[in-house]
Design a protein around this ligand. Structure first.
Ligand SMILES: Cc1cc2nc3c(=O)[nH]c(=O)nc-3n(C[C@H](O)[C@H](O)[C@H](O)COP(=O)(O)O)c2cc1C
Ligand code: SF4
Length: 487
């Protein structure tokens, strides 16, 4: 995990909780229109993958219990985890890439409707991602994966000063490289080959030598549109197109995207496919259905998109007709740390990962609301261009005072809380009823994120200390962690 050179340990914010009357009259608990619908409050639980689906991508009882529990807290909006738009194996992540997934998702919608008594709007985040392989063993990489060609022979001849390498057999080159020093390997492999050795092979939207990558602009609009239509059939109030973090659509928006086919290079070209996907989705689900987007206020990687890019995208998205804009930050593969052999690279281990889910080990700014200034400048630009599209700010927000101040200053229209909602899904109802001092406060130390990284069912470290004698609680397979938040 990436750390600041001289981190400062911050305490969670001291705060004053409102009485019920104050909460009732607050901006946070006032309604807001989102497309054709109205959220009862400006509170929002952003997508969080809990690793509870079946290996085939179906909704499980554990998924139902998870979302029911969040719905009991009655946030204005609850967004279901990143759900794959394609029908391809992707481990215990939800999928919506075929009609056979609709029944399970319908049950999830029903569970949330029942538990929130219809008071929470339920959106689902839909995602496309490219192939990411585990980091290979060195021997396997050189003996099986690396395709030896003239580039390697030439580089070997240069680095060893021995022209005989120019006509060496493939087997000899493989054998030599497998036992060569890191310095020689670095000099001989192409950058992407070295990355595949140290991080595992990973596809990018710029891999134009691969047909299926070239074809993404032709294929993705229909795939997303079909998925969005299934979300509508399953009864979700809306969809959130996942254009953030380390995944396909964020790859198109990235300033690193230099595709030369009209879908990379300039900002206008980088936003082209994201807009084409939106239009196809909109055509399919109709104007009365909520379609929003999550994207990055800043990629936080060298050569990546900055807030000026995000401002441009936000205005384009608002003009196109998106019903909400939800901002995140960072979470990229490009600055991730090398995984251990046999594991997959995790896009939240570099500085961009820190900025996505900041912890209390921080710089002077601290982890609380550090994305808000960027969101505020995006909102100002969107409103200045004549659009009132609701804008969601998330990241280290956990108190009523913080949330109310963000709304009072007009920095955002809606306030998202991911980890704080995980620590205590009842935050929203407790604060509304003047019982804020009963909130189980997130400590922002990312035990939950470590579980996500290990692809294990996500839980919060605070849950295990509470009401362990509660009857009927479901525990993780190792019997050590409860899978549903206590009350
Ligand atoms: C366990 C876990 C899973 C997450 N999964 C997703 C996801 O599926 N999609 C997404 O856009 N963000 C995901 N996030 C990021 C959160 O939505 C949120 O942006 C981030 O945690 C910062 O907000 P917070 O400080 O309120 O936690 C995840 C975060 C956590 C902790
Ligand atoms: S494990 Fe719980 S307390 Fe720790 S960061 Fe995650 S939600 Fe917060």
């Amino acid at each position: 995990m990436w750390k600041f050179a001289n981190p400062i340990k911050h305490q969670i914010l001291e705060t004053r909780w409102p009485a019920a009357e104050e909460a009732a009259g607050s901006r946070l608990y006032s309604p807001i229109a989102i497309g054709s619908l109205e959220a009862r409050s400006r509170t929002w639980v952003p997508a969080m993958v809990p690793w509870r689906a079946t290996e085939d991508g179906f909704v499980t009882q554990q998924n139902l219990d998870w979302y029911r529990r969040f719905a009991e807290g009655r946030p204005g909006v609850l967004v279901v985890e990143a759900t794959g738009v394609r029908d391809i194996p992707s481990g215990p992540l939800l999928r919506i890439g075929d009609d056979r997934f609709i029944d399970g998702l319908r049950k999830l919608v029903e569970a949330v409707r029942e538990a929130s008594e219809g008071q929470t709007l339920l959106f689902i985040q839909i995602i496309d991602f490219l192939a990411v392989k585990r980091r290979p063993e060195k021997e396997k990489y050189f003996q099986r994966f690396l395709q030896i060609d003239e580039h390697h022979r030439g580089a070997l001849a240069d680095v060893t000063n021995d022209r005989l390498w120019l006509s060496a057999s493939v087997a000899l080159v493989r054998e030599f490289l497998q036992n060569a020093s890191d310095e020689v390997v670095t000099a001989v492999l192409r950058p992407r080959e070295l990355e595949a050795l140290l991080y595992g092979y990973r596809e990018c939207v710029t891999d134009m030598d691969l047909k299926h990558i070239r074809e993404l602009p032709n294929e993705l609009p229909a795939i997303f549109a079909a998925a969005a239509n299934r979300a509508r059939e399953a009864g979700f109030h809306g969809v959130e197109l996942h254009y953030a973090h380390a995944y396909t659509m964020a790859g198109f928006l990235s300033a690193q995207n230099d595709r030369a086919d009209g879908y990379g290079g300039s900002r206008e070209n980088r936003v082209r496919l994201p807009l084409e996907v939106y239009r196809e989705v909109r055509n399919r689900v109709g104007n009365d259905y909520v379609v929003g987007v999550r994207f990055l206020a800043d990629e936080v990687i060298a050569g990546g998109s900055r807030v000026e890019d995000a401002i441009y995208y936000a205005k384009e998205f608002a003009a196109a007709g998106f019903d909400f804009l939800s901002l995140s930050k960072g979470g990229k593969f490009e600055d991730a740390q090398p995984p251990k052999v046999g594991q997959a690279v995790y896009p939240y281990t570099g500085q961009s990962g820190y900025e996505c889910m900041p912890t209390v080990l921080s710089d002077e700014t601290g982890p609380f609301g550090r994305t808000v200034p960027l969101v505020a400048s995006i909102k100002q630009a969107v409103n200045g261009a004549g659009f009132q599209t609701p804008i969601v700010a998330t990241g280290g927000i956990s108190t009523f005072e913080q949330a109310e101040e963000i709304l009072r200053l007009g920095q955002a229209d809606i306030v998202g809380m991911a980890r704080q909602a995980l620590a205590d899904p009842d935050w929203f109802v407790k604060v509304r009823l003047g019982r804020g001092d009963e909130v189980r406060r997130c400590t922002y130390t990312n035990y939950c994120e470590a579980l996500d990284q290990a692809h294990r069912p996500v839980t919060c470290k605070l849950w295990d200390r509470v009401s362990l004698d509660e009857p009927g609680i479901t525990m993780s397979d190792d019997g050590r962690r409860r899978l549903v938040p206590p009350r």
